[in-house]
Design a protein around this ligand. Structure first.
Ligand SMILES: [Zn+2]
Length: 309
């Protein structure tokens, strides 16, 4: 039996799946160009240090570049253009001692629940590029020092001019449905026992996405998957993943949790999941994640929350 037609449609409400910022600048390997952008009166700076950015009220503190002297050890990285502004990250070794004008510094997960979605997206891009820059200190081919080019999005080694690009790790995340249109959810050992979510795992070297779906699902649950449909993708730079969402058809329904990553597995009907969520006996991932989007897509409407949580 194949997946129902509805599971072949793209997820329409996936956060960060559509481009908000353009980056023509990074096509150019010209150090002067980034400096010119920094000097524009419309350019805004997002300071980033150790995975955090400053919060100002209900938004990120974006500082006009004319008012932002780059601290020692900092580096500007181009983030993109949108809404009449160019945005630049100031990659800092540490948050300023004074907190940066008294601002609270928040991480990306906190930003997902506390700032406008455009600013979440901007911080997500900043986090992605800064994570790469901070994990890539020397040329992996020859060990020599690196210099930053093209707005900070390319590194070149100083001895042999080897070119390095930002790295992303693909991971599949899979909503598995059986012939009765029940959904398989698992309790991951990283969370408390009451949180159930769709299964996910990294794509291995030399592996296709479809093979990764079938392998990961079987390893974590013992379920054999047949037809699988791509639903959409979401960048998740925590620290550098790209989540590729699938809905897949279960050919078997016996469940064998791996006992390491997955502690419990359950098939849910819509009625059962709704009841348990309302009762607060289980929870699911909330917010911007593709996990929530996949579960809500299967459920067919907004998912209920427990009244007393
Ligand atoms: Zn090199």
């Amino acid at each position: 039996m194949a997946l129902a037609e509805k599971y072949h449609l793209p997820l329409t409400d996936l956060n960060f799946s559509q481009a908000r910022f353009t980056r023509q600048l990074i096509e150019q390997d010209d150090p002067a160009h980034l400096q010119q952008v920094v000097q524009l009166s419309s350019t805004l700076v997002l300071p980033v240090a150790q995975g955090r950015a400053p919060l100002n009220g209900s938004g990120l503190e974006l500082v006009p570049s004319a008012d932002y002297p780059l601290p020692d050890g900092g580096e500007f990285i181009y983030l993109g253009q949108g809404g009449g502004h160019d945005y630049v990250a100031a990659m800092l070794p540490a948050a300023p001692q004074d907190g940066g004008r008294g601002a609270e510094w928040i991480d990306l997960r906190t930003a997902f629940t506390s700032v406008p979605v455009e600013e979440q997206h901007l911080m997500l891009i900043a986090q992605a590029i800064v994570n790469w820059r901070q994990s890539c200190r020397f040329c992996p081919r020859c060990g020599s020092a690196l210099r930053s080019t093209t707005g900070g999005w390319v590194l070149r080694c100083v001895d042999n001019d080897h070119e390095l690009f930002p790295r992303t790790d693909p991971a599949v995340i899979v909503a598995i449905v059986d012939d009765a249109d029940r959904l398989l959810l698992g309790a991951n050992s990283r969370w408390t026992n009451r949180v159930y979510s769709v299964l996910a795992g990294f794509v291995e070297a030399g592996e296709s996405l479809e093979s990764a779906v079938r392998r990961e699902v079987f390893e974590e649950s013992g379920v054999r998957v047949g037809d699988c449909a791509y639903r959409g993708s979401q960048p998740w730079p925590l620290p550098r993943s790209l989540m590729l969402g699938y809905t897949a058809h279960a050919q078997t329904t016996d469940l064998v949790p791996d006992g390491l990553e997955i502690l419990d597995l359950r098939w849910f009907s819509r009625e059962e999941l709704g009841q348990e969520l309302r009762a607060g006996s289980i929870q699911i991932p909330r917010g911007v994640s593709i996990a929530h989007a996949l579960i809500r897509d299967w459920y067919g409407q907004e998912l209920p929350e427990a009244a007393d949580l």
